[in-house]
Ligand binder design. Structure first.
Ligand SMILES: Cc1cc2nc3c(=O)[nH]c(=O)nc-3n(C[C@H](O)[C@H](O)[C@H](O)COP(=O)(O)OP(=O)(O)OC[C@H]3O[C@@H](n4cnc5c(N)ncnc54)[C@H](O)[C@@H]3O)c2cc1C
Length: 303
C-alpha cells in the first residue's frame, strides 16, 4: 500500500505527527523498532508536561499511542535501515526485508542518552540515576546529588541543580573541562558545589533499589573514595539515531539540521523530535516538532 506519510519512529514526536496527519485526512503508517512511546516510556514520573501534572512515562506513552490509533493511524514494528526515493515515491526498507511505500516521510527517530556502562545502572534509572536535570532535578530538591561529565551540559545541569539541591558534586574523569570556562567559574563560586577531578565512577552503590552513593577511583593515583548521594545525573551526551539516514539529511554532530518546520533538502522528507538539531530536547519540544513536521508534510502533499 502507498501511504501518504510514513513516520519512522513511534516516540512522542512520531505519535504527535500521526495525530496531526490523520486529523488532516492523510493515511499514515508509523514504523517503530522497539516500543511505541520512545524514551519517555522509561520515565517513572513526568511532571512537566502541561495538562498532566503527574503521571508515569508509560501511561503518557500509552495515551499518545491510543490517541493515534483511535484516529486510525496504522502501525508496524520494524527497524528502518534504508530510505530512498524512486519515481517520486519514498521506499523504506526494514532490517528484516520488509518494504514500505510513502508519498512522504517523517523521520522521528529520536536520540539515546549515553550510559555510564556500570552494573546496576539500568535498574536504578528513575531510582537515583537520571540523564536529565530539567526532567528530574526537582525530584531531588534539598537532597545531595552528583553530576558526571565534562562538557557544557554537565556544567549547566550542575549549575541548575545547585539552585535546587542541598549539595552538588561534579565529577569528571579529566582535570580539564571541555565546557565553557565561565560556567565552571560560576560553579566553583557556589558554596554548595564540590568539583572532583580526575575521578572515574567505579561503582554505583544502592540499598533497597535506590541509589545511595558512588565509589570513585582517582584516574592517576588509583586512590578510592566514596561519595554519598541520592541521585546521579549522567551528562555524557546523546546519540541521535540518524546514522542510517546520513546520505539524505544534513547532520551536525549527528543531529538532523532542519528548521522548525522540519523540512529537509529532499522533497517530501521531514524530520521531527530529539533527532533534530535544537537547544532543548523535551516532550514539549518533541510534540511541537511532530505537529510542525506533519503540517509541512500535509502542505507538501497538497502541493
Ligand atoms: C528516563 C527518561 C526520562 C525523561 N523524562 C522526561 C520528562 O520528565 N520530561 C520531558 O519533557 N522529557 C523527558 N525525557 C525526554 C523525552 O522523553 C524526549 O525528549 C522525547 O521522548 C523525545 O521524543 P522523540 O519522539 O523525538 O524521540 P524518542 O522518544 O527517542 O523516540 C524515537 C523512537 O524512534 C524509534 N526508532 C529509532 N530509530 C528507528 C528506526 N531506524 N526505525 C524505526 N524506529 C526507530 C525508537 O525506538 C524510539 O521509540 C526523558 C527521557 C528519558 C530517557
Amino acid at each position: 500500500m502507498l501511504y501518504d506519510i510514513l513516520i519512522v519512529g513511534g516516540g512522542p514526536a512520531g505519535l504527535t505527527a500521526a495525530i496531526y496527519a490523520r486529523r488532516s485526512g492523510k493515511s499514515v503508517l508509523i514504523l517503530e523498532k522497539e516500543g511505541f512511546g520512545g524514551q519517555i516510556a522509561n520515565a517513572p514520573r513526568v511532571e512537566n508536561y502541561p495538562g498532566a501534572p503527574s503521571l508515569s512515562g508509560t501511561e503518557l506513552a500509552e495515551r499518545m499511542l491510543s490517541q493515534a490509533l483511535a484516529l486510525d493511524a496504522e502501525t508496524d514494528v520494524a527497524e528502518i535501515t534504508e530510505l530512498k526515493r524512486e519515481n517520486g515515491v519514498w521506499l523504506a526498507h526494514s532490517e528484516d526485508g520488509e518494504r514500505y511505500e510513502g508519498r512522504s516521510v517523517i523521520l522521528a527517530v529520536g536520540a539515546e542518552h549515553r550510559r555510564l556502562g556500570l552494573p546496576g545502572e539500568e535498574e536504578l534509572i528513575g531510582s537515583g540515576v537520571s540523564y536529565c536535570a530539567v526532567c528530574d532535578g526537582s525530584f531531588y530538591r534539598g537532597r545531595e546529588v552528583c553530576v558526571c561529565g565534562g562538557g557544557d551540559s554537565a556544567l549547566q545541569e550542575a549549575l541548575m541543580l545547585s539552585e535546587l539541591c542541598s549539595h552538588v558534586t561534579l565529577i569528571h574523569r579529566r582535570t580539564a573541562f571541555r565546557g565553557e570556562k565561565t560556567l565552571l567559574e560560576r560553579l566553583e563560586g557556589q558554596e554548595n558545589v564540590t568539583v572532583l577531578t580526575p575521578y572515574n565512577i567505579s561503582a554505583l552503590r544502592s540499598a533497597d533499589g535506590r541509589l545511595t552513593g558512588l565509589s570513585l577511583t582517582h584516574a592517576e593515583s588509583g586512590e578510592e573514595k566514596n561519595v554519598e548521594c541520592e541521585a546521579l545525573f549522567v551528562c555524557y551526551g546523546q546519540t541521535p539515531a540518524t546514522a542510517a539516514f546520513r546520505e539524505l539529511v544534513e547532520l551536525e554532530g549527528g543531529y538532523a539540521s532542519a528548521p522548525e518546520n522540519g523540512m529537509t533538502a529532499q522533497p517530501g522528507l521531514f524530520v521531527a523530535g530529539d533527532c533534530r538539531r535544537k537547544s532543548l530536547r523535551q516532550l514539549t519540544t518533541a510534540v511541537s516538532d511532530g505537529a510542525n513536521a506533519a503540517m509541512s508534510a500535509v502542505h507538501y502533499l497538497e502541493g
